[in-house]
Design a protein around this ligand. Structure first.
Ligand code: BEZ
Length: 222
């Protein structure tokens, strides 16, 4: 049976593959072990929404470098199309962005192997263009989050950055992050696993913690 659009899920080992990219050949995700990875697809080169997305991602490159995040793009286009499009993007000016160099690898996926492995090809949307998928993969190669958008709606790159910041905080400090959390804001202490620990946490008067109720306790971050 033909390999078809299986969607890797949160907690899965990121499917591996070898690919040709605008930055040379890659062995994914092994080449990026120790880093967080954002693997994202776009429907096609030289299309308007995708162009604004690439300009935005390229403009945020330093933020992602500082966060130890490797960006990796993919679309069902040839390497030569990718190269020509990225060269064109450098000439474009939009909002406050100009002279942008896309330095992260963009995968040539003419055979749709990567798109199929990551469920990026969704046939009721298109059989020849990937949808806008985002996979956040942790330094051990485990998928921690995924997002899917249709071709018509450009993604919010500030939210993608915020998501990775939250995932890093979750892993590094063993805390959860509340709605709309931003770095520096209070975090959530995992829920208690017994009646005893529920009672204990309500009686705990530590200054760096506060509870709205037994199941909703925050850790002060500043
Ligand atoms: C775009 O990037 O503008 C686009 C690509 C594919 C379908 C629709 C829009």
């Amino acid at each position: 049976m033909e390999e078809q659009n299986r969607l890797p899920l949160i907690g899965d080992v990121a499917p591996s593959f070898k690919a040709v990219t605008t930055q040379g050949n890659i062995n994914f995700p092994e080449d990026f072990k120790g880093k967080w990875i954002i693997l994202f697809s776009h429907p096609a080169d030289f299309t308007p929404v995708c162009t604004t997305e690439f300009m935005t991602f390229a403009s945020m490159q330093k933020d992602f470098d500082d966060m130890n995040v490797q960006l990796v793009g993919v679309s069902i286009d040839s390497l030569y199309s990718h190269i020509a499009w990225l060269r064109k993007i450098k000439d474009l000016k939009w909002k406050n962005m100009e002279n942008l160099e896309v330095t992260f690898p963009l995968i040539e996926d003419i055979k749709m192997e990567v798109s199929k492995k990551y469920g990026m090809l969704q046939p009721n949307s298109s059989t020849t263009q990937a949808v806008r998928a985002v996979f956040v993969i942790d330094p051990k190669g485990i998928i921690q989050a995924l997002m899917y958008y249709p071709a018509s709606a450009g993604r919010n790159f500030d939210e993608i950055k915020r998501l990775v910041q939250a995932l890093q905080k979750n892993q590094n400090d063993g805390v959860a992050t509340p709605a709309d959390w931003r770095p520096g804001e209070d975090t959530i202490i995992p829920t208690p696993g017994s009646c005893g620990s529920a009672k204990e946490r309500m009686e705990d008067k530590a200054e760096d913690k506060y509870c709205l109720d037994w199941f909703l306790c925050f850790k002060r971050e500043k």
